[in-house]
Ligand binder design. Structure first.
Ligand code: ATP
Ligand code: FE2
Length: 325
């Protein structure tokens, strides 16, 4: 069965096609604000302008037509309401016009399942570090549970905000990674781990102040990475020890960062555990991970009525009933 997945939780609108859970093609467009942060309604307008042509582009790339599609999956939450509604509306329209079933997918769970399906990870602890989300997730007692998370902003948002103030283009994460690679100066920043949770806004404030006082961008980028990645690795390791898992998986756009990958690999090696990094195109938000997860759900016997396809901005990871594991 071919599945078409639509991702639209935040700044990216993306269409993925899969054959069963095997990825075929992805076609994406990212909204980037001219200035300031992401404006939900502007992002939603961007998505509605591009969604139909991305469907055509994906089908064309795969050499398929609409009637080949056996399932339409979409990101049901969590995310920005206006953006979610564009993806859901497009999914409903496609499902009705094709006459095929529809499946709403939890975005965070999709990061984990797509990562597990494209690596050798079977039952990993996921470190999901993206723009809007930062969570440590694992499957335990029948549900995906959040073992630790940010109590304020996502790590990627923090990097993007800091970069924006320095005049860097959006997204700033990769630019800061480059800057960090050319420095080994470490300036202490607030190490903000609270129990199993982390926070980033204090680090952002401290970095701002240090920059005003003349600290170099390179040294600050390096210090931000070393501090925040150590926090994430610490919480991830504690989750692994607590629930006795021997695998760790990375997900989210920030997981593209080579230093974060390296630090997580070192932690895993020292514990005798295995570390997995999915292909980079599946780390950022994409429709393919939504399609892959939709197929897992459908194959386990789940069915969704049209009235159950309302979006859920605060769709919790542990709110998903897992019938496929
Ligand atoms: P969410 O998954 O929560 O909806 P999102 O749409 O912002 O959030 P992604 O597309 O997964 O997330 O990732 C985008 C984020 O990843 C941005 O904040 C960007 O700065 C960050 N990022 C991308 N590449 C790197 C890198 N090499 N180093 C650090 N951060 C990076
Ligand atoms: Fe994401």
């Amino acid at each position: 069965m071919y599945c078409l997945g639509i991702e639209g939780t935040a700044h990216t609108i993306s269409i993925g096609l899969t054959e069963g859970t095997r990825p075929l093609v992805t076609a994406s467009k990212m909204y980037s604000p001219k200035e300031g942060g992401i404006h939900p309604r502007e992002a939603a307008d961007h998505h509605s302008i591009h969604v139909a042509s991305l469907v055509e582009e994906a089908l064309e790339k795969a050499g398929m037509s609409r009637k080949d599609i056996g399932l339409v999956a979409f990101s049901q939450g969590p995310g920005l309401g206006p953006c979610l509604r564009v993806a859901a509306t497009a999914a409903r329209a496609l499902s009705i016009s094709i006459g095929c079933p529809i499946m709403g997918v939890n975005h965070c769970v999709a990061h984990l399942e797509a990562g597990a399906l494209t690596t050798d990870a079977e039952d990993p602890v996921l470190l999901y570090a993206s723009g809007g989300n930062t969570q440590v997730i694992a499957f335990s007692n029948g549900r995906f549970r959040v073992f630790g998370e940010t109590i304020d902003i996502g790590i990627g948002n923090m990097l993007d905000k800091f970069g924006r103030e320095l005049g860097m283009p959006f997204p700033a994460g990769p630019v800061l990674e480059k800057a960090a690679a050319s420095s080994d100066e470490y300036i202490p920043l607030p190490y903000s781990v609270k129990g199993m949770d982390v926070s980033f806004s204090g680090i952002l404030t401290a970095a701002r102040v240090l920059h005003e006082r003349g600290a170099s961008v390179e040294a600050l980028a390096n210090s931000i990475q070393e501090t925040t990645f150590a926090m994430l690795v610490e919480v991830t390791e504690r989750a692994m020890a607590h629930i006795g898992k021997e695998e760790v998986l990375l997900g989210g756009g920030v997981a593209r960062n080579k230093r974060l990958q390296e630090m997580l690999e070192i932690m895993a090696r020292e514990r005798g555990a295995r570390c997995f990094v999915p292909p980079p195109e599946l780390l950022v938000d994409n429709g393919t991970m939504i399609a892959m997860t939709g197929v897992l759900m459908y194959d386990s016997g789940l069915r969704m009525k049209m009235e159950e396809t309302v979006v859920n901005q605060r769709f919790r990871t542990d709110g998903v009933e897992v019938t496929w594991r």
